[in-house]
Each structure stands twice: as structure tokens, then as C-alpha cells.
Design a protein around this ligand. Structure first.
Ligand code: EPU
Length: 490
């Protein structure tokens, strides 16, 4: 098992590239079950959760291959198996979103109930509500959820006391694509990862309207065809790297960070007095030489492939790969990436500007579904508030128990008090390095961030949590000048 050792005090600087989004890639990989013929996905990050998803898919008759250009080729070769068992699903909750596509494409699905997780109760009632609205006969037997029956369009409201559900929307949406008739999902999740899934499905031939809104309208089609598609960049990794820049008072350019996907986080940074700027880089304008570009699986330096006037662009034929010809398909891009006029296409970036981090002001945040402040950046923002002047209140409205990092941060000398779904952070205290335990993905990132500013050495154990969801975060930080190494634990 690896651990990460960080020596605090370095001011980070340089340019670093954001990887493709984990939480966009996972449902898109699940959606490949719906598709006939090969699909080539660009920008899929090489991290543990992706490898896990590929293993489960393999078990379900889907072969995959990493191509020399870093893209991932996926194809269903055997559609007989409908069972995703516990030993796969327990490693990764996201695999529960195999239920919808398995049922819709193979007529039946048996997916292990994912159970709870370290940040508390995580129900699946809305996933099941979505499936039932499409006519599924749902049964829970020996820990597995069984879905069967014909898939028919329906209308369903997928909201809960906590707002919308990301993977519940993904599950329902994927099944609806092959349903007979029309489906309306009210209070659908608006997260960019859901919009990306919709665009992928549309590129495969699905008929979806309302992308990026709370109301998705899907007209079922009999078949979907594989395509070539590029997933969006990881907004949570981008936010984590920005936090590292702000926390160390450094000048860090996060290339590929999409400002529109981070507006609540950027607003919180602004309120805290952090200095940063937003921009676009033209190809060849320093992009490509940036730190991290040599890492495996990272997005290549090139402009987003969008036409200036339209929203879609035909890709060249991929040609012969693995003995089969891939068809060229329409490639949809995020409309917001299209510039207002000629010459405005480019790679977006966010850059932190040098400042004294002790000048940061305590700032309250409350997590909410998109476009609100993301729960997946709550722990990292807390690390930032440890150095800010004053008392901040961080309220977790999505997962009220997602505070396991609090007691580990306390080991570094942080003073944080829990009050129900709130954490009250006393900022401005000096942190002092210690051995801490990573308990989940985002908590691991927060511990690394705190280690960057703690006096002395912080050792973060159980970093496999980090590897599940960040592509080479330690290497990227090291390339920016952090004193950080990965060591084998004996
Ligand atoms: N909820 C229900 N019933 C359901 C499903 C969800 O009440 O059937 C509640 C949850 O308990 C929670 C809220 O709805 O209070 C939102 O949960 P959601 O379903 O949106 O979470 P998820 O889809 O299981 C995804 C991400 C998480 C991220 C959440 C919230 C993936 C693979 N996972 O989970 O990412 O925290 O959305 O944005 O996309 C991470 O990357 O570290 C991570 C945990």
C-alpha cells in the first residue's frame, strides 16, 4: 500500500492540465452497454474507478482497449450476462448505474445493492422510482436488485429532500433512450456530467431534449450506434488544483478548467478574497508544454473540436482499428465552449495569482446540487478555510455525514467543531504535520492540501482512496513545486 509524504511550505507555480472527468466517464462507460458497435472515448482518465468499471464491463461481455492516442475503445461482444455481482459493485457505487442500461438493452438486470458508504446512508430509492416509472418490475433478492419487463416511456419526478440525484438521473435516462415511447424526467440532475452523458447518448443516436436543465425529454429509439466522443474535463480536479494554488499563495495555471462548471466554487474563492483570473489559451500559445502533459491518459493540447457557427463537427474517419472500421459520427461539444467569434476558440484556464494566503477571509459555504457549491469540493474548501482569517461555517446539504476528514484535519492542529450538518472552522491557526489516514477520495485531497501548508511533514496513509478518483494528483503537485512523494508502506 502506498502513502504520500508532503513537506509543507512550498509555494506552487506553473501550468498544469486537468484530466478528463471521472464522474462523466463512469456513466458514459455504463452507457456503452446500450450501444451497437465500437465506441471510442477520448479524455477518459486512467484511474482506479475507471479500471474497476472496465472490469465490471468485461464481466458483462464488453471488451476495452486503450489506444495509442490515449483514447479508450469499448465494444459489447457478448450480451448474455445480466448480473453485476456484489464483489464488483461494492468496490464502486457508481456501478449501480449499470442497472438501467443492462435492463433496457438485455431485457433483464441483476445488480448488487450498493449499500452504504463512508459518508453515510446513500439510498437508491430514486433509481428504483425511475426504473419503475419506465415499467420495470423491481425485486430485491439476496442483496441484488432485479429489474425486468419491457421498457416503456413514462413521466417521473426524481427530486428528494436533498435535491436531484446524479446517478439516479443517469440510470433512468439511459434506460429511457431505448424505451418504447417518450419519457420526461422532472427534477433531473443538471450536473455537467449528466449533460455530458446526454451529449454522448445523442451522438450515439438518442433523442434527448432539455440537456443541462431540470427537465429531460427523451424519445425512445430502437437502437444506438457507437461513436467517437470526448468527455468533459474534471471540474473537481480543477477545483482541487486551484485550491492548492490559492492555499500556497502561488501562481498556478489550471489548463482545461472550465469556469462555467465551477461558478459556485469560484464565487466562494472570490468572497474569500482569493486572487485568480480566467482565460483562454490558443493552441500553441504555451499549451502543450505545460506540466503534466506527459502523464498517461491526460488530455492532449488542442482546441475543443467545435465549429464556430454550429454546435457539431464531423470528425475524420478513425479508420481500421482492431480489424474493424469505426464509423465517423457527429461529435457534440459543450455549447458554452464555442467562442463568440472567430479566434476565440481555445483551451480555457483558471490561474491563481500570487498573494499571502493569510489574507484570505473566512467564508461560509453550503453544498448543493449543481450549479450550487459541489459536495465534492467541500473537504478541499475546508482545507482552505483553515488558513483564512476568522470563523467559517461549512454546511453539507447533500451528505450531512460527509465530514470524516474533520478528525484527521484535527490531527494537524485544525480547530473544527461539528454541529449536525455544519462544520465550524476556526481559521488562521498554524497547522503542524502528522500522520493522517485518508478515508475517502475527496478527504484524501483535503489532507494533501492541508499538508502543503502544514509545518513539517504530513504522511497520508491509505492513498488508494486518492487513486480511485484523481489521475496522478501527487505527480501534478510535485511538478508545480510541491515537496510531495509517494512511498511504499512497509
Ligand atoms: N439520494 C436519494 N435517493 C437516491 C439517490 C440519492 O435520496 O435514490 C440522495 C443522496 O442521499 C444525496 C443526494 O440524493 O443526499 C444526492 O445524491 P446523488 O444520487 O446525486 O449522488 P450519486 O449520484 O450517488 C454522484 C457522484 C458523487 C457526488 C454526488 C453528488 C458519481 C460517480 N458520483 O453520486 O461523487 O458526490 O453525485 O454530487 O458521479 C466523488 O466523486 O467523490 C463522489 C462521491
Amino acid at each position: 500500500m502506498d502513502k504520500i509524504r508532503v513537506r509543507g511550505g512550498a509555494r506552487l507555480s506553473g501550468q498544469v492540465r486537468v484530466s478528463g472527468s471521472k464522474n462523466a466517464s463512469l456513466p458514459i462507460l455504463a452507457a456503452c452497454l446500450l450501444v451497437d458497435g465500437p465506441t471510442v472515448l477520448e479524455g477518459v482518465p486512467r484511474l482506479e474507478d475507471v479500471r474497476n468499471m472496465c472490469h465490471i464491463l468485461e464481466h458483462l461481455g464488453v471488451v476495452h482497449e486503450w489506444l495509442p492516442d490515449g483514447s479508450l475503445r469499448v465494444e459489447v461482444v457478448d450480451d448474455r450476462n445480466v448480473h453485476a455481482p456484489y464483489h464488483y459493485v461494492r468496490t464502486m457505487r457508481a456501478s449501480f448505474c449499470l442497472l438501467g442500461p443492462l435492463w433496457a438493452r438485455r431485457g433483464r438486470a441483476q445488480v448488487s445493492h450498493p449499500g452504504g458508504c463512508v459518508f453515510g446512508h446513500r439510498p437508491i430509492d430514486l433509481h428504483l422510482k425511475g426504473m419503475r416509472a419506465l415499467g420495470a418490475d423491481i425485486r430485491i433478492d439476496k442483496g441484488d436488485v432485479h429489474a425486468s419487463g419491457p421498457v416503456r416511456g413514462g413521466r417521473v419526478y426524481l427530486g428528494s429532500n436533498f435535491g436531484s440525484t446524479v446517478l439516479g438521473t443517469a440510470n433512468t435516462l439511459m434506460a429511457a433512450c431505448l424505451a418504447e415511447g417518450e419519457t420526461v424526467i422532472e427534477y433531473a440532475a443538471q450536473e455537467p456530467e449528466i449533460a455530458d452523458l446526454c451529449r454522448f447518448l445523442r451522438a450515439c443516436g438518442a433523442r434527448i431534449e432539455g440537456i443541462g436543465t431540470h427537465r429531460l425529454h427523451i424519445r425512445g429509439v430502437p437502437k444506438l450506434r457507437g461513436c467517437r466522443y470526448r468527455v468533459i474535463n474534471d471540474r473537481i480536479e480543477a477545483g482541487t488544483l486551484l485550491a492548492a494554488g490559492v492555499l500556497t499563495g502561488g501562481e498556478v495555471e489550471v489548463l482545461g478548467a472550465e469556469p462555467d462548471h465551477l461558478s459556485a466554487f469560484l464565487d466562494a474563492l472570490e468572497r474569500a478574497g482569493a486572487r485568480f483570473e480566467i482565460g483562454f489559451r490558443e493552441p500553441g500559445d504555451g499549451a502543450g508544454a505545460e506540466l503534466g502533459a506527459e502523464l498517461p491518459g491526460l488530455v492532449e493540447a488542442r482546441p475543443p473540436r467545435v465549429s464556430r457557427e454550429g454546435r457539431a463537427l464531423r470528425l475524420p474517419r478513425t479508420g481500421e482499428q482492431g480489424g474493424r472500421l469505426l464509423t465517423d459520427r457527429i461529435f457534440y461539444e459543450d455549447e458554452r465552449r464555442v467562442g463568440d467569434g472567430p479566434g476565440e476558440e481555445g483551451i480555457p484556464f483558471l490561474r491563481t495569482l500570487p498573494m499571502d494566503p493569510e489574507e484570505l477571509e473566512a467564508t461560509d459555504v453550503a453544498t448543493m446540487p449543481y450549479p450550487g457549491f459541489p459536495t465534492d469540493l467541500q473537504a478541499q474548501f475546508m482545507a482552505l478555510m483553515l488558513v483564512a482569517k476568522g470563523v467559517s461555517v461549512i454546511t453539507e446539504k447533500i451528505y450531512p455525514e460527509r465530514f470524516i476528514h474533520v478528525s484527521e484535519l484535527a490531527r494537524l492542529g485544525a480547530r473544527i467543531r461539528r454541529e449536525g450538518p455544519c462544520a465550524i472552522v476556526q481559521g488562521g491557526r498554524e497547522l503542524c504535520g502528522a500522520t493522517v489516514m485518508a478515508s475517502d477520495l475527496r478527504a484524501s485531497a483535503a489532507l494533501i492540501l492541508a499538508g502543503l501548508v502544514a509545518r513539517g511533514t504530513t504522511a497520508i496513509r491509505r492513498v488508494y482512496h486518492l487513486d480511485r478518483g484523481y489521475e496522478s494528483l501527487d505527480r501534478k503537485l510535485a511538478a508545480l513545486g510541491a515537496d510531495i512523494v509517494r512511498l511504499k508502506e512497509v
